[in-house]
Design a protein around this ligand. Sequence first.
Ligand code: HEC
Length: 135
Amino acid sequence: MKHLILTLLAGGSLFAASSEINQYMKTLHNEVQQKDPSFKGFDATRGKTIYFSEHIGKRGKMVSCASCHTKDRTAQGENIFTGKVIEPLSPFANPKRFTKVKKVKKWLRRNFKDVYKREGTAKEKGDVLKYMMQK
Ligand code: HEC
């Protein structure tokens, strides 16, 4: 059985992130704190801004994370470039989400490039993960 750790997230919603995801969040946290000793922790409000703000991204299109994953993360999305269906991003609608660090890292790298044309910083990744993992 997978070892689960309950994580209390802002907004009072409880999501049982897998232990490898919790470990990854800790690693990101330490990375940010090394550069900024006054860092207090990841913030879902900053994460929400990262998720919704639009940028000139891939192929010169105005893109945000919501372009493909929609405003309602519990709904099915669609890849705006390929037209393929994307299963809901919210772990409350799709229990497979945020269980595998390898998958999370791979798609954060790709998707930040799609939207921001660069990789996310440790702080941005932690903030947006915190936002996406809450209701
Ligand atoms: C061009 C469309 C597109 C955009 C824009 C996009 N994504 Fe994705 N995202 C995908 C696809 C496709 C997948 C992989 C298929 C799947 O997991 O359903 C994915 C998967 C993910 C995953 C994997 C989650 C898991 O555990 O399964 C995360 C995290 C993610 N995206 C975050 C983001 C963030 C943050 C942004 C904005 C910076 C973003 N995405 C923007 C298409 C997109």
